[in-house]
Design a protein around this ligand. Sequence first.
Ligand code: FE2
Ligand code: FE2
Ligand code: FE2
Length: 321
Amino acid sequence: MFRHSIRTLLVGVCTLTAVSQAATAVALAVPAEPRTAAPAAQALRQQTRSDLTTAMKGEAFAYASYSLFGAQADREAHPAVGKLFRTTAQTELNEHLKQAATLGGVAGTNAANLRQSINGETYEHRVMYRGFADQARKDGDSEAAKLFTEIAADEGRHRDAYRTALTVVTTGRGTVPAPPKADTVSVPAGLPKVKAARTKTNLDTAMHGEALAHAKYMLFAARAQQTGNPALARLFEGTAGVELHEHFAGEAVLAGLVRTTKDNLGKAITGERNEATNLYPGFAKRATAVGDTAAARYFRDTAADEAKHAAAFQQALNQLH
Ligand SMILES: [Fe+2]
Ligand SMILES: [Fe+2]
Ligand SMILES: [Fe+2]
């Protein structure tokens, strides 16, 4: 089922979020692995790498959000808008995110991809979700505390399965674990179900992490399939499904991510316009200035695509009235 291969991000590149910073810290505690990034990626300046990581996070989040917005449009009997959200979501994942991941050399060998995944899961299991659960409990957001605690346990199981798979890949002994099954959560339009500003911020951080994990694992699944390891491909793909359909979706319910289709279109237009006129042109300028020409071209082309997305969403919004 991975007709669409995807890519991922660079755990080792610290950008904005605490997630990637902590993931980097966790990565340092793990034995070094051979670098598998493509030569072009190694030549990138640190700032360009960081901007590519930011791009991947945004694109992964757009994919996940638009998928839910598409389902909401269907619920409201706006099938054309549903289709628009879904096709745009595919562009974000299979073109924009994939290209950024290729430029950044995100996917390596199966062993490198597993180590990167183990680092991320370990951080989420031991640090991030436990911290978020504690804070939500203190802030009186008991439903969020419960969800964060449940997800923390899931991430521990993901880490364990990936560790087992890494042993299989590196020693040739044993069996790659069967993939986990996602308990798909439906995300109808609704207001936030949490009170504290801190919980809302943590939910946003968590959703970005889950969306990115989903995208990375789909990319790693494609790599495993290409290299003749279908069992590992199934493990990555199944875990990706949990990150998206269970973790991201469960958090989206509490965060009130999905609203009416009119509001969802408005939010999408704002985001696309920002990417088209501020974010990507700024990244392109920086990449050009330091001679990262392939990345600069990617940022420019992506900015142009996002402007088209904004226009298409605007047209859909106009027709809704
Ligand atoms: Fe995009
Ligand atoms: Fe996970
Ligand atoms: Fe997750």
